[in-house]
Design a protein around this ligand. Structure first.
Ligand SMILES: [Zn+2]
Length: 497
């Protein structure tokens, strides 16, 4: 680990990275989407995934191959790359899903890890126990022990150049997730990628805040350079959120499973093909068909076309996320995506709860900060500025913090810009204090500005501060320290006039 994963650009906890996969001889750019390929139901051929969608990595189930009379021997003799006609990296899963669905599987952990090695998997997975959300603590802890033991045993097998996943389980108990992650991370060179498992029930239940809590707990236990796979995250509506939480790999069975049910993915949710009169998309499928035309195709063809649209929209969203990381406006993208569903708002807010963790990796300078909603006041840039104010020493005996005019009665005048608060003159043209804000600001922006004033006042107890404002909300004024003198500006400073 470390040598195989390199982080190039970051925004919040989100990052663009390069995952080197030695056995395939390829380097995969992350965040990456791994389409799930079921050998028995190839809705879209792996070669087409590569040629038409740019897939650099796919995932297939090693246990299904192990059990398949049709494919087992071919996989062993030809190897996965030839069997699938795919030149990128191929990840294999171990049968944990079948274990959780049916209660047992007919292979041992060691056998399935060796099998994955023998069929030429690039990244193999030991058998983990996907403890569902809300499981009792004792059950989650004891199943986690099995997962740990299986990962340990897998790390003891000579797997050659095959990389190894160390699945992180622990149900919805953050302390278990964190300790599982810390143990796997401390193992040294044994593990390469860290999938956060058993989150599909959370995603299917729209429990995005709980999903983020689980991811954050795992990330706390892992080193910041550890590649994280959010197992089963295949809906494009949550890519921005999951990437902002620091997930590097996603896998999509959704593109094919949803297509089978006539469901059409968008970045803001799922539509049913029966309900659509127009396609809100310009991918090759949607450009060449109308919904009515698509419905007229034979079932198999319709399913493939829908799966292709679902893949197009997923890869487009992944590129959108990467471009946002590159430009430093992942939070702006996230604000827009979060508005697609109330549960997404919860997920976004759960992420912002840990502004300190986001702030640690956030670049100091980006494009322009857009203040788009009350949630913007909780972005890591705001808490970073407040931390800076808490360390600043103010020259002079009296300072006016002003939302508008100056006053010669004071030694200095600093601008007051919600949500950041006081702006040191030397920084007034620096990111993020050049933020674009609506004139009709939310109360939270003023309250955050008041918190910034408090930090500066606490750090400079000998300086007399005054705040000159126009119509700040009472709650924000009440949050100012008592020692601050209040001056009300004239109505000419009303930004909405
Ligand atoms: Zn489309």
């Amino acid at each position: 680990m470390g040598e195989i994963f390199e982080i190039r650009n970051g925004d919040g906890a989100g990052r663009i990275g390069e995952l080197t996969v030695p056995r395939a001889g390829v380097t995969v750019e992350t965040p990456a989407l791994l389409p799930v390929v079921n050998p028995h139901l190839r809705t879209v051929e792996p070669a087409a995934l590569e040629a038409d969608f740019g897939a650099e990595m796919l995932i297939t189930n090693g246990y299904i191959l192990y059990q398949s009379e049709e494919f087992r021997e071919r996989a062993l003799s030809e190897g996965l790359a030839d069997l699938y006609d795919f030149s990128g990296a191929i990840v294999t899963d171990s049968g944990s899903f079948q274990l959780s669905e049916y209660g047992e599987i007919s292979v041992t952990n060691e056998e399935i890890v060796r099998f994955q090695r023998d069929i030429g998997s690039d990244l193999g997975t030991p058998i983990d126990i996907p403890t569902p959300p809300d499981a009792a603590y004792d059950r989650a802890a004891s199943e986690l022990e099995t997962t740990r033991a299986n990962s340990e045993a897998a790390a003891g097998i000579d797997v050659g150049e095959m990389l190894l996943n160390a699945p992180i389980q622990g149900s919805t108990h953050p302390e278990l997730r964190e300790s599982a992650a810390a143990d796997a991370d401390a193992h040294g060179g044994g593990f390469d990628v860290f999938p956060v498992g058993a989150v599909v029930p959370l995603m299917n239940g729209y429990r995005y805040a709980d999903m983020i809590e689980v991811v954050r707990a795992a990330k706390r236990g892992l080193g910041s350079d550890a590649p994280v796979h959010l197992f089963g995250a295949g809906h494009p509506m949550m890519f921005a959120l999951a990437a902002a939480a620091g997930c590097d790999l996603f896998d999509s069975a959704a593109y094919a499973l949803y297509a089978r049910d006539g469901r059409y993915l968008t970045v803001s949710g799922t539509d049913h093909i029966e309900d659509l009169e127009y396609f809100p998309c310009s991918c090759p499928v949607c450009s060449a068909h109308t919904p009515a035309g698509l419905r007229g195709h034979p079932e198999e063809r319709r399913e493939e076309l829908l799966a292709r649209h679902n893949l197009h929209v997923s890869y487009r969203e992944l590129r959108t996320v990467k471009q946002a990381i590159r430009e430093g406006n992942l939070f702006e993208l996230l604000e827009r995506r979060a508005r697609s569903h109330p549960a997404m708002v919860d997920g976004y807010r759960a992420l912002l709860d840990d502004a300190a963790a986001l702030e640690r990796h956030d670049p100091v300078s980006k494009g322009t900060f857009f203040h788009l909603s009350a949630d913007s006041a909780r972005r890591p840039e705001v808490s970073r500025h407040h931390d800076r104010l808490g360390r600043l020493s103010v020259p002079g005996d009296s300072v006016l913090l002003s939302a508008g005019g100056d006053n010669s009665r004071f030694d200095a005048t600093w601008r007051l810009r919600p949500p950041f608060g006081p702006v040191p003159p030397a920084l007034s043209d620096s990111y993020p204090l050049t933020a674009e804000r609506p004139d009709r600001l939310d109360r939270e922006a003023y309250e955050a500005a008041a918190a910034g004033v408090s930090r500066l006042v606490e750090a400079n107890p000998e300086v007399a501060f005054a705040v000159a404002h126009w119509a700040w909300p009472d709650a924000a004024l009440a949050a100012l320290p008592d020692c601050v003198e209040l001056l009300e500006l004239g109505a000419e400073h009303d930004p909405t006039r």
